[in-house]
Design a binder for this molecule. Structure first.
Ligand code: IMP
Ligand code: MG
Length: 192
């Protein structure tokens, strides 16, 4: 227990916590800048269109809070929760809706706000599931796109960053429900 503390190791900022080394991959400034750009793109594309932002809990709660304030047109919100990982770092491949939308999306313009696309299975499932509810259209905005070989087609129209195939935490993303409140995206370097 204790505070999150950074150490400088070989000139690099590293957070040591719970016997884990966490390195910064995308810092706050870069996140802010890119999120602003994505918000501007969506603002431009959806002028006069009245979209609904569908956020996928829990991983995207910080991303949606930030990006929605960079979108300068009226939008509405709805939330879904899915679980695909259980509590480990390996995808189970099984996607389960643990909380469904509150409102109908029939005839609506939907923008899915996702934290990260890894295998793509969660997103694939979501798009299929929402498509069956007859929205006018669906686009996907994802903050992170992991560099992994994928069988599924890439559906992301608004993408924040391409990242290497590492397990990342922070800015909403967790490892065993922890580290979501880091203001940056970091990766777990090693577990001792
Ligand atoms: P996919 O179905 O394999 O694309 O996994 C997507 C979901 O797994 C995301 O919405 C995250 O909740 C979680 N996930 C995937 N990669 C990471 C990671 O590196 N850190 C934290 N969560 C991750
Ligand atoms: Mg998630």
């Amino acid at each position: 227990m204790g505070l999150y503390k950074f150490k400088k190791i070989n000139g690099e900022k590293v957070l040591i916590y719970d016997n884990m080394k966490i390195k910064v991959l995308i810092d706050e400034k870069k996140l802010r800048r890119r999120v602003r750009e994505l918000g501007q793109e969506i603002t431009r594309d959806y002028k006069d269109r009245d979209p609904v932002l569908v956020s996928v809990l829990r991983g995207s709660f910080i991303f949606i809070a930030d990006i929605c304030r960079e979108i300068k047109i009226p939008v509405t919100f709805d939330f879904m929760a899915v679980s695909s990982y259980g509590n480990s770092k390996a995808s189970s491949g099984i996607v389960r809706i643990t909380k469904d939308l509150e409102f109908s999306i029939e005839n609506k313009e939907v923008i899915i706000i996702e934290d990260i696309v890894d295998s793509g299975r969660t997103l694939n499932y979501l798009v299929k599931n929402l498509q069956a509810r007859n929205p006018k259209n669906i686009e996907v905005c994802a903050l992170l796109d992991k560099d992994v070989p994928r069988k599924t087609e890439n559906k992301v129209k608004y993408k924040g960053f391409d990242i290497p195939n590492k397990f990342v935490v922070g800015y909403g993303l967790d490892f065993e429900e922890k580290y979501r409140n880091f203001p940056f995206i970091g990766y777990i370097e090693n577990e001792q």
